[in-house]
Design a protein around this ligand. Structure first.
Ligand code: PMP
Length: 396
């Protein structure tokens, strides 16, 4: 038997994805990613970004980023341990620690590689990780990279977590056991049950890891889900991203000084990959400063989130069990969800459909991410379009 050529592998794989309706055509946004965007020359109300507070285009962030390019240039120059640690990276990490209420913090180039870095720096093949079944792909990949035994528990099912923690401890097979969860689940907008998770962790001596990519800037008046529950002293890893509410790029872990020191000497993306640029570092620092000074943007985000949710519910859509501004509109049938999103686009609203395997089969949806930067008029217009298209397709 001859081996497959690269071309035949690629052609077959792409065809397979297309036949299963899973091939994603990527839209190019022409210009800035704000509450209104342009795609293929068409202006659209943008309900698809993670730019929760509108900071990606904030003038104050742009101003400090431009100044940092003048003072520090456009790149960090080397990996951090060689000579790529700039004063701006240290300031950013001090600011993250203050924001999260921890002794220290470490920053990475993205949230994705932060999870790959931090999980595998602490867990190994003699360990086990209890992982929520709806955890993000970067958590799953970080767990796989660590070679620890991955034990999935049913989404937010605390009885299942308790049973599996008990079994893992009783087996005597593992050196260390970690429980890991998203703080806010991005497909449904529900919040992890951190108080119960902490209680179980204390009962079974589990290491606790919360990926709060969608909670930072959103829950806890902006400080995140751990702060929302007042559990800063109980969560070992407060992981987050600088690319969503913070509006820039990068990832981080905040925690005790000894944990952060360990990550600085052992986590491979920190040791072998160049850090974010000076402009990125200072823009993130500024964004966090703004969040610590005022909750105004956070309040506007929640006001807009609640307004959109109420509006969509009123016209007859099911918005699932979201507890945050993330507003899924559950359609059910995958093809109908995709068609719905397409019609919204034609009518001037950009809201992407999300289908299996990202969400369970039969729960196809269009996910809406209102932000602090949307005006009431934009939300009213979106709700009117939802009503028009929903009625036209017989969904409401
Ligand atoms: N964790 C979660 C829960 C996420 O949703 C994302 C982004 N989709 C990431 C990590 C990765 O963050 P980043 O985009 O900064 O790599």
């Amino acid at each position: 038997m001859t081996s497959k050529t690269l071309d035949s592998f690629l052609n077959d794989s792409i065809l397979d994805l297309k036949e299963r309706g899973l091939y994603n055509e990527i839209d190019a946004v022409e210009g800035a990613n704000g509450p209104v965007i342009q795609i293929q020359g068409k202006e659209l109300i943008n309900l698809s970004s993670n730019n929760y507070l509108g900071l990606a285009t904030d003038e104050r962030l742009k101003h400090v980023a431009k100044a940092a390019i003048e003072s520090h240039g456009v790149g960090a120059g080397a990996v951090r341990t060689i000579n790529g640690t700039l004063d701006l990276h240290i300031t950013l990490e001090d600011k993250i620690a203050a924001f999260k209420g921890t002794e220290a913090a470490i920053s990475y180039q993205s949230g994705f590689n932060c999870n790959m870095a931090a999980i595998s720096a602490v867990m190994d093949k003699h360990d086990a990780i209890l992982s929520d079944s709806l955890n993000h792909a970067s958590i799953i990949d970080g767990c796989r990279l660590s070679k620890a035994k991955i034990i999935r528990f049913e989404h937010s099912d605390m009885d299942d977590l308790r049973t599996k923690a008990k079994e893992a401890v009783a087996s005597g097979q593992y050196n260390k056991i970690m429980v890991i969860t998203d703080g806010v689940f991005s497909m449904d907008g529900d919040i992890a049950k951190l108080p119960e998770i902490v209680e179980i962790a204390e009962a079974y001596d589990l290491i606790t890891y919360v990926d709060d990519a969608h909670g930072s800037g959103v829950t806890g008046k902006g400080a995140g889900t751990v702060k929302h529950f007042g559990l800063q002293d109980k969560i070992d890893f407060q992981m987050g991203t600088l690319s969503k509410a913070i509006g820039v790029v990068g990832g981080y872990v905040a925690g005790k000084a000894n944990l952060i020191n360990w990550l600085k000497v052992s986590s491979r993306p920190f040791l072998f990959s160049t850090a974010v640029s000076p402009a990125d570092a200072i823009a993130s620092t500024k964004a966090i400063e703004l969040l610590m000074e005022s909750t105004e943007l956070n309040e506007r985000l929640w006001e807009n989130g609640n307004y959109l949710k109420e509006g969509l519910k009123k016209i007859g859509f099911s918005i699932g069990n979201s507890e945050t501004p993330i507003t899924p509109c559950i359609i059910g049938d995958e093809k109908a969800a995709q068609q719905f999103s397409k019609r919204l686009f034609e009518e001037g609203v950009y809201a992407k459909s999300i289908v299996f395997p990202t969400v369970p089969r039969g729960t196809g949806r269009v996910r809406n991410m209102p932000t602090a930067a949307h005006t009431k008029e934009m939300l009213d217009e979106s709700i009117a379009v939802y009503e028009k298209v929903g009625k036209e397709m017989g969904l409401i």
